[in-house]
Design a protein around this ligand. Sequence first.
Ligand SMILES: *[C@@H]1O[C@H](CO)[C@@H](O)[C@H](O)[C@H]1NC(C)=O
Ligand SMILES: *[C@@H]1O[C@H](CO)[C@@H](O)[C@H](O)[C@H]1NC(C)=O
Ligand SMILES: *[C@@H]1O[C@H](CO)[C@@H](O)[C@H](O)[C@H]1NC(C)=O
Length: 978
Amino acid sequence: MAFLFACNKCLLFLVVLLHASAAIAAAALDNSTDLASLLAFKVASTSGGGAASDNIIAANWTTDAPFCTWVGVRCSRRRPRVVSLNLDSFSLQGTISPHLSNLSFLSSVDLHNNSLSGTIPDALGRLPRLATLRLSRNLLSGPIPPSIFNNMSSLVSIDLSYNNLSVSLPALVLLPRIEYISITDNWLTGHIPADLARCSTLLGIYLGGNKLTGRVPSSLGNLSKLVNLDLGENQLTRAIPTSIGNLTKLQYLCLSFNHLKGEIPMEMGNLVNLQELHLHDNGIVGSIPISLWNASKMTVLEVSINNLTGPVPATLGKSMPFLQWLLMAENALSGGLDFIASLANCRDLNYLGVMYNQFEGVLPDAYGNLSMNLHYFHVFDNHISKKIPARLENLSNLISLDLSSNELRGTIPRTLWRLNKLQVMYLGSNRLTGSISSDIGLMTNLATISIADNEFSGQIPDSVGNISMLQKLDLSVNKLSSTIPLSLWSLTGLLRLDLHQNRFEGLLPPQMAKLKAIGYIDLRSNRLSGNILSALGGLQSITYLDLSNNSFHGQIPQQLGRLFNVEYLNLSHNFLSGVIPKSFPNLSYVYSLDLSFNMLEGEIPEGKVFSNVSIISLMGNRALCGAPQLKFPPCPANMITTSTSSTKLRLLKYVLPSVASILVFLACFSLFINFFMRKKAKASSKEEPPCLNYHRQILYFELARATDSFSEDNLLGSGSIGKVYKGSLDGGLLIAVKVLNLQVEGASRSFDAECRTLGQVRHRNLVKIISTCSNLEFKALVLEFMPNLSLDKWLYSQNQCLTLLQRINIMLDVSLGLDYLHHQHPHVIVHCDLKPSNILLDENMVAHISDFGIAKLMLIDNKSTTSTNNVGIVGYMAPEYGLTGGVTIKGDVYSFGIMLLELVTRKKPVDTMFSEKLNLRQWVSNAYPTVVMEIVDNNILRTDFTNLQQHSDGVDVLRRCLSSIIDVGLHCTKDLPN
Ligand SMILES: *[C@@H]1O[C@H](CO)[C@@H](O)[C@H](O)[C@H]1NC(C)=O
Ligand SMILES: *[C@@H]1O[C@H](CO)[C@@H](O)[C@H](O)[C@H]1NC(C)=O
Ligand SMILES: *[C@@H]1O[C@H](CO)[C@@H](O)[C@H](O)[C@H]1NC(C)=O
């Protein structure tokens, strides 16, 4: 026994010994493979260039230390073999090395959110233990290697979303352990393979935002464990298969933005666990199955833009108590609105949108009992009749109320004016009567009011001047009378004013010139009189001005010719006399100029506008002459002026500056490039190719969720363009949401098209536009979040201080981004609003320009192609801006120059020390080159100077360096573009 025991023991020892030495041998052999593979990976994934600071792994992955200590690398506990590689957001720019497949113990690869390009190496499919593969948010292109989909027996989760992958999904899918497949937002084509259904372990399938065609395979009904299914934003056709009803575990189903037809299958009523159902924008017909209305866990029901019919059960709120979003807009739903009362049971209800349907009946009084969380109440375009119920004041958190285009009568209940969180109020196109209560002045958050096309009478209350946030006021087509209160003209943020077709009388006061931001004024068909004031010429942002059908008299002021941005100008049907101002041919963007039916006389000026019959209307005047192309009689000889010399003058005035300014721009840029480029010679060649991918629209509720319903806590900043919120998407991705203040609705299509273009603008020094969200009321850009926020925060911070090198790097980054926008992108993008608060810094202090293209987006909204309404800020704007009206890349160069000067001096161009007589540029220019050190930011002297003191000529080096920067700044900001 003893012997046996001893022997057993020694046997055991032997075995252990054998194992250990084998392991050691294997480790010695194989850890060199791992080392070689990692080094190959490092070379490939950093081959895209970039400064060393961009690539942590370039510095960290050195053979001085064992590779198991390298950042992002994790080894097995037992042996020095790599089991996981986590390089999420490491700014990798290069390709994925196929050598990765030699890391034979690898079980997890995470390369999410880098700028890796090229194809996914086929060899990855050979990793025998790989369970997690996450390559999302890169620039990967080409096909998905078939080896991945039918070879990887241990794969549990694969995420390839947000790349540029194309070609179709492999037909054969054989992944025995797979739980999650995510390939959203790529360019996949072809059908969804029916074989997918063989992966019975699947919990989540995400294929949204591709170009998949064909039907939703009926076989998917076999995936009995499936919890999430996202096939939204593809080109899927035919009906939803009835087998979907077998997916009883399903919680999230998105089929939005496809071409699905047919009815919602009865069987979908079996999906008792459903929490979110998105069928938005398809061609689905019929009524929603009764059983589906009973899905008691539903939080988001979104079936807008289909052809659904039938009534909504009056007990809806009882059967879906957790409802947060109910969106059934643009269908043909009918019946009563009793279901709204039952929604009082849904304490989290946030958005109720049933607009554009055929609902009829009255708004139940009980709707005052709806959730306190209700922010949006949109029931416009139905057949709602009777009165607006008085019990509104309970909905005290309402942000947007739209009851327009119904058949409401009676007066506005007093309680409505107490909804002081309201930002948007539409009551237009009803039959409402009574007067506007002076309580309107209590609604200080209102940005938009429209009560157009009703039967309101009385006057506009003075208190309207208290609504200081007001941007859009539409009181048109009513019976309002008396004079327009002076206080209205103090609403300096107003962008759009429509008072047409009322009974307003009196004069337009000079105070009207205070509406500096206004882009649209329609006062036609009232009883206004007096002269048209020359002060109107100061409304530089205006693109649309209609004063027709009033009783204005006197001369048309010359100054109206200064409305460089105007596109539509109508002064017809008044009593205007005298001659047409000689300044009018300057209105170069006008597409309609109507001066007809006045008492004008004398020579018609020459110029583009006056030669085009389709633009100008002059009929019904007293005695106009000239302009034979418009068929007016020639003027008497003594009236004709020397037109040839004026043509020459015009040539000199317009052609010369533009040619010259292009030259100066080139000079300025090459100077700049000569000065700085040597250092970053490599950096410029590594710019990413413009990305072809357009990322799918994020739905409004997703953004609301990401930003905690746009809570103030998440507000990063706000400005004339809109507000920016921090948020986090479901996947944990941090984002910045820029909610745009757009004024004209119905511009979605061009907005989307423009965003599509912007979404393709990719450059290391531009803030990445991840996605967009737009609907009638709401337009937002979803941007990459920049943890170090904006340059101006750093520059003017009390605690932090930028070194000179950091400042130079930031401006280099900005110049590269700008150069891309101006010269390297297929369509020239003029920024128009370059300033330190638009320069954002990422975690490595790399600068990214933000808000590019916004100018254009705002333009779409104003149906203008050349002017800007509320972009550009005093101080950074080139002096020629506003003179020529157009925006050019030269203006951006000017702003860039101002920023250079600001960065060196830490003085804002709008600092109180500056005035019309002495601006930042002059101040710097006075000091240059002799006393440069007097004006530079003391912080630079404090930090950089101490570093330089050890050199004998340290001060001199610093002075020369600063002088060269200032020199570039001064060149970029010359007063005249030429
Ligand atoms: C690889 O194995 C050798 C020999 O066992 C060892 O000295 C070395 O530290 C190992 N390398 C790493 C990175 O673990
Ligand atoms: C690499 O990074 C890791 C983790 O941050 C760190 O522990 C290690 O010291 C770094 N090595 C080098 C050589 O920088
Ligand atoms: C769905 O379930 C029904 C009844 O339980 C069954 O007859 C049918 O075969 C199932 N369909 C699929 C595709 O699994």
